[in-house]
Design a protein around this ligand. Structure first.
Ligand code: HEM
Length: 403
């Protein structure tokens, strides 16, 4: 195919944007000039996909993993009171409404980087410290508080805590980077960045719709999660009582959990499977065939030993009461490798629920006592955020909290 300049191609096609899309993405991919933002905008399936900003719940939770993510936590600036916090939310609300639909923010310094929505979501939450700083303790959802210390924790302040969280995810890293920068820039009058932690999942198109992904230990992760758009999910995740700003919201537990992959890799396949209680191949419970087969915790092998060991992760984590479950949405992280070849990897592990006391905390208490997985994993960051309910058109996110 002959090499056309972009200008020549446009002239030849006497092109409207529509003609460019329909005619030949290939023509300008072959050209020696970069496509302009307008030409590129939302032309591919990955860029076009859009998540709604308005609705009963914030976006970014009941949605399949995006490929790239950034959790950004802020501390309030000394002068930020309730009125300033409301102004901040008003600004963010406008930014998020535009960015999630693939549009630049007002006075966007880099509109060229707005390539399309790319399933961008932004979820906003508030840490316990925000409520005490602003005297809003009466607005906290039931059970909401800093997590207790767990004996497996080796927490670092640079990965923990925070007054306000913006959790931003998208299927394209440039779209994500642009959104993160705009949101941070518009926040700096009101707060400073406390930490920012980046993660990823599989590229779009790699894992078929609805299929669970693997974490960096190689395990199928997320099997025993409540399914989207079910009563089970609604009842476990979305808060239905308490202050009105949180009705339709949820509580997010954030944990940065490091994996010791060098020693993990020294285990044989059978040992690795016993640590979790599921096969590496399909994710089926040990003794079963398919990933979603029910777990049989009573099964014994021919020697009379439990098929799923006493201290296997799923046995210890399995709910002791019907409501003692939550929605897990972990992203991987990888930030380099040490001189001895040990990668700095793990999970930016999140769990969403209505009540910390009856959902996350009892499960984490059991896991801190005994869980084979603890030998190869270490929580090094931790935070908890109350996630405001969704926003209706014309309203401002969390306005009722700061009114
Ligand atoms: C690096 C850390 C972790 C890894 C690699 C990991 C991995 C896994 C895997 C592979 C499964 C089986 C598949 C599934 O149902 O998702 C699982 C299940 C589960 N995990 Fe984890 N997990 C980690 C941390 C945690 C933490 C911190 C908690 C809660 C405090 C937790 C709670 C659960 C629960 C509730 C299940 C489902 C158990 C059941 O089948 O009833 N996990 N995890």
């Amino acid at each position: 195919m002959s090499k056309l300049s972009r200008r020549g191609f446009l002239a030849g096609a006497s092109a409207s944007a529509g003609a460019i899309v329909g005619a030949s993405a290939g023509a300008w991919f072959g050209s020696d000039q970069a496509a302009t933002a307008a030409e590129l905008k939302a032309q591919t399936a990955v860029l076009k996909r859009k998540e709604k900003f308005t609705g009963p719940h914030q976006n970014g939770i009941e949605v399949e993993l995006q490929t790239f993510t950034n959790f950004v936590a802020f501390d309030l600036a000394p002068g930020t009171d309730k009125a300033a916090a409301l102004r901040w939310m008003t600004l963010l609300n406008d930014d998020i409404a535009r960015l999630t639909q693939g549009d630049p923010t007002l006075a966007d310094a880099q509109p060229q980087l707005v390539l399309g929505p790319a399933r961008l979501t932004v979820t906003v939450g508030f840490g316990p410290s925000l409520f005490s700083k602003l005297g809003l303790e009466s607005q906290m959802p039931e059970s909401f508080k800093d997590l207790p210390a767990f004996k497996i924790d080796a927490l670092k302040p640079e990965f923990s805590g925070g007054d306000v969280l913006l959790h931003i995810s998208a299927d394209d890293p440039i779209v994500l980077s642009h959104a993160v920068r705009r949101l941070i820039t518009d926040s700096l009058t009101f707060a400073s960045v406390r930490w920012s932690q980046q993660g990823f999942s599989n590229a779009q198109g790699v894992v078929p719709h609805g299929v669970r992904q693997r974490n960096l230990m190689g395990q199928v992760d997320g099997t025993d999660n409540p399914a989207f758009n079910t009563d089970d999910f609604n009842n476990l995740v979305w808060i239905q009582d308490g202050p009105s700003w949180i009705q339709g919201g949820t509580i997010m537990v954030f944990r940065r959990i490091a994996m010791q992959l060098n020693t993990w890799d020294q285990l044989g396949r059978t040992e690795k499977e016993q640590v979790i209680g599921r096969t590496l191949d399909t994710g089926a419970p040990l003794g079963k065939v398919n990933e979603t087969d029910p777990i049989d915790f009573d099964a014994r092998d021919k020697n009379g030993l439990k098929v799923i060991p006493d201290f296997a992760h799923i046995r210890r984590a399995h709910a002791h009461a019907p409501g003692e479950r939550f929605f897990r949405r972990p992203f991987n992280y990888e930030v380099g490798v040490s001189a001895d070849g040990n990668p700095d990897v793990g999970l930016l592990w999140t769990a969403y629920q209505r009540n910390l006391d009856t959902q996350f905390i009892p499960v984490q208490r059991r896991l801190e006592q005994f869980d084979l997985l603890n030998k190869w994993t270490t929580p090094i960051g931790s935070a908890v955020f109350a996630i405001a309910k969704g926003v209706q058109p014309g309203q401002v996110l969390a306005a009722e909290l700061f009114a």
